[in-house]
Design a protein around this ligand. Sequence first.
Ligand SMILES: [Ca+2]
Ligand SMILES: [Ca+2]
Length: 226
Amino acid sequence: MKIVLKVLLIYLLLQIGNTQTCLESKKLDETCGSYCFKVVKQLLGHTNSLQKQVNGQESELKKETLERFANMEQQLRSLKEDIEKPKQNLNEETVKEFQKLYEKIGSKYYYIERQHKINWFAAVHKCHEHGSHLASIQNQQEFNALGPKLKGDHYWIDINDLGHKGVYRSHTTGQATPYFNWYNGEPNNNGHERCVALEERGQPTVQMNDQDCTALNLFVCELFEK
Ligand SMILES: [Ca+2]
Ligand SMILES: [Ca+2]
């Protein structure tokens, strides 16, 4: 009899689940008899009480989890700031180091690359990395000061006619180029020549020639005026 009762109790607990309703109590009473009903009812009461505790703990757990997520998000944000900050400082430091390489020639500061030859676009980028721009010669005085420093090779400057063929502009300002000093016969737009270099052709100083922008040349960067 005791075994039958136990099996029945387990069955009923499984069937009834978490919520006790009047209907279920009635059904239980009919199925189980009054003694059994009293015992099972107590057990169900205990189960419900446990369930409430579990529900309470679940909501606490949810709250705690949300708080943890918020905390993690804050930590990630702060970590991101920490990572970006030194990078910014490093760039500023790098720029300062690069700018030590600039020399005053005439009234402006220039960096003359004498080893690595790159195309015009890469030269634009390289000067930007220094916090400067490709040399933008404004007048005869600047040309006279810089020219003698550029020996034996081709050096990119900021003049180009990439926008409209034959209309030369300064890449630095986007404005029409204020000063030219072309070799005789240049610019000749030979093939696809849209970028300008200073070059020496056995003359006492360099002069301008339009070249293919993908040609590999040395280059001159110039610091922005403060
Ligand atoms: Ca041209
Ligand atoms: Ca040319």
